[in-house]
Design a protein around this ligand. Structure first.
Ligand code: DC
Length: 217
C-alpha cells in the first residue's frame, strides 16, 4: 500500500498548515478530511434542517460531490458547529469512510482529521497527534478569523473551541484521541516552521525504525 501519514488532533492545533506542508515536502496528495464533515454540515444547513437530524445528515453525506469541498462558506462558527454535530452521527461517518480510504489507497496521502490514525487508517506507519493548549488554539483561531476580516470575540472563540473539543472527544463513535502508537506533537510553543521541522524529524525517525534499510538507500 502507498504511504499514508495520519495527522490528527483537536481544532486549531495547526494540523492543516502542518499536513499541507508535509504533503508538499513528501510528494504526497493532501486531504483535509474536516472538509467532508464541513461540506456535509453545510448541505444540511442549506436545507434549513437541523444538523442533529441523523437521516438528513447521512443522506447529505452520501450525496456529497467533489465541488462541495470547494465552497467558500465552509469555515466560520456556523459551519464549525454544524460539522462537529454531523460528525457525531455514525451513519455520516460510515458514509464518508470509504471515500477517505479510497483517497489514501490510490497514491498514498497525508490526511488530517480526528480519527485517521484510529479508524480510517489504523495501520498507517506514521501517525502524528498534533495538539496545543486550549488557550493557544483559541488565540490562533481568533487571529485567523481576524486575518480574514471576521470580527470575532475572543472569549466566544475560546468557548466554541471548548464546545467542539467536548463534542469531538466525547462522541461514542470515533472520538478524538491519539492512536496507541501515535507520535504526540505539542505545538503550543512552536511556530509553523518549528512544527514542520519537528514533524519531519519524527516522520524520518519512525520510517527509519520501521525499515532502516530503505531510509539509508
Ligand atoms: O478539522 P476541522 O476543524 O476542519 O473539522 C471540522 C469538524 O469535523 C470537527 O469539529 C470534527 C469533525 N471531523 C471529524 O470528526 N473527523 C475527521 N476526520 C475530521 C473532522
Amino acid at each position: 500500500m502507498s504511504l499514508v501519514i495520519a495527522v490528527d488532533g483537536p481544532a486549531a492545533a495547526g494540523k492543516g498548515t502542518l499536513a499541507r506542508r508535509l504533503a508538499a515536502a513528501l510528494g504526497l496528495p493532501y486531504l483535509d478530511t474536516g472538509l467532508l464533515y464541513r461540506a456535509t454540515g453545510r448541505r444540511v444547513l442549506d436545507r434549513e434542517a437541523d444538523p442533529h437530524d441523523a437521516a438528513i445528515a447521512a443522506a447529505e453525506a452520501g450525496a456529497l460531490r467533489p465541488e462541495d469541498l470547494d465552497r467558500s462558506d465552509l469555515r466560520g462558527p456556523a459551519a464549525d458547529m454544524a460539522a462537529s454535530t454531523v460528525a457525531a452521527i455514525p451513519a455520516v461517518r460510515a458514509a464518508l469512510l470509504d471515500w477517505q480510504r479510497e483517497f489514501g489507497r490510490r497514491h498514498g496521502a497525508v490526511m488530517d482529521g480526528r480519527d485517521i490514525g484510529t479508524v480510517v487508517f489504523p495501520a498507517a506507519p506514521v501517525k502524528l497527534f498534533v495538539t496545543a493548549t486550549p488557550e493557544e488554539r483559541a488565540r490562533r483561531r481568533w487571529l485567523e478569523l481576524r486575518s480574514r476580516g471576521v470580527a470575532a470575540d475572543r472569549a466566544q472563540v475560546a468557548a466554541e473551541i471548548h464546545t467542539r473539543d467536548e463534542q469531538d472527544s466525547n462522541r461514542p463513535v470515533a472520538p478524538l484521541r491519539p492512536a496507541e502508537d501515535a507520535l504526540i506533537l505539542d505545538t503550543t510553543a512552536l511556530d509553523a516552521e518549528a512544527a514542520f521541522a519537528t514533524a519531519m524529524a519524527m516522520i524520518r525517525d519512525r520510517l527509519n525504525s520501521l525499515d532502516p534499510g530503505a531510509a539509508k538507500a
